[in-house]
Design a protein around this ligand. Structure first.
Ligand code: G5P
Ligand code: MG
Length: 229
């Protein structure tokens, strides 16, 4: 009844393949907020062959994080356009310098950490296919395309992500352990960390939904709309 809500500044974290994209896509379908995904921003730059894209590709293909100064600049550039919206950062920050840089500009209210077992991650990423132009993500077991190998909306071919090859994936998981886990501790100390543990996105979603329900206005839902994340 006419309450003026504070804009939410939220982050979703979790290891490669933990379901950040899948859950943040569900979140923006149900709640009024904007999503900024660092991985999508980078892949978009790679696709457009920009200066950042060329540089980022070299790091991404090796399963390494791209340098903080570049990532911070790219993320802040996006956030500048979203000052009047609630937002959700997906995949940023994932080093302590990134978290500290963000903290100097924005107070983060909520960090949702997805905790999914290692074996589940390996299985999921082996079955992942993406539509590079839109960033749409499929999984042969969990959310298959209507026609194998083809994007549901455009009919264009799906591809494997270069960095989902097992040897690169192992490096990404190591980078996560070494560089991103400390960010979880950083937010734990600030008292804003909520961890959601499980093996299925559908089991985590009700808890995430309940957590956000108290913090954000909802979007009314049409049934049959949760495919093609
Ligand atoms: P990204 O793009 O941020 P990652 O490695 O953090 O990449 P990734 O692999 O994109 O994370 P995700 O988004 O957490 O995973 O997971 P997802 O795509 O939603 O789900 C994975 C698969 O499982 C999908 O096929 C999905 O359909 C399926 N799935 C989901 N739920 C279920 C389920 O319940 N059951 C089943 N069976 N399947 C399910 O970063 C990429 C690179 O960009 C650079 C780095 O080089 C990084 O390696 N980068 C940064 N560098 C520096 N700083 C930053 N902040 C950076 N951000 C990105
Ligand atoms: Mg992702």
């Amino acid at each position: 009844m006419g309450t003026c809500r504070q804009l939410l500044r939220a982050v979703i974290m979790g290891s490669p393949g933990s379901g950040k994209h899948t859950l943040s896509s569900l979140i923006i379908k149900h709640f009024q907020l904007k999503k900024v995904s660092s991985g999508d921003l980078l892949r978009d730059n790679v696709l457009r062959d920009t200066e950042i894209g060329v540089l980022a590709k070299a790091f991404m293909d090796q399963g390494k994080l791209i340098p903080d100064d570049i990532m911070i600049r790219l993320a802040f550039q996006e956030l500048k356009n979203l000052t009047q919206y609630s937002w959700l950062l997906c995949g940023f920050p994932r080093t302590l310098p990134q978290a500290e840089a963000l903290n100097r500009v924005h107070q983060i209210h909520l960090v949702m950490n997805l905790n999914v077992p290692f074996e589940v991650i390996m299985q999921r990423l082996a079955a992942r296919w993406i539509h590079p132009a839109s960033g749409r993500v499929y999984n042969l077991e969990f959310s298959p395309p209507k026609v194998v190998g083809v994007d549901d909306l455009t009919g264009e071919p799906l591809i494997k992500r270069e960095d989902d090859r097992p040897e690169t994936l192992i490096k990404r998981l190591k980078a996560y352990e070494d560089q991103t886990k400390p960010v979880l501790e950083y937010y734990q100390k600030k008292g804003v960390l909520e961890t959601f543990s499980g093996t299925e996105t559908s089991n985590l979603w009700p808890y995430i939904h309940a957590c956000l329900q108290t913090k954000l206005p909802q979007i009314s839902q049409h049934p049959h709309e949760e495919k093609c994340l």
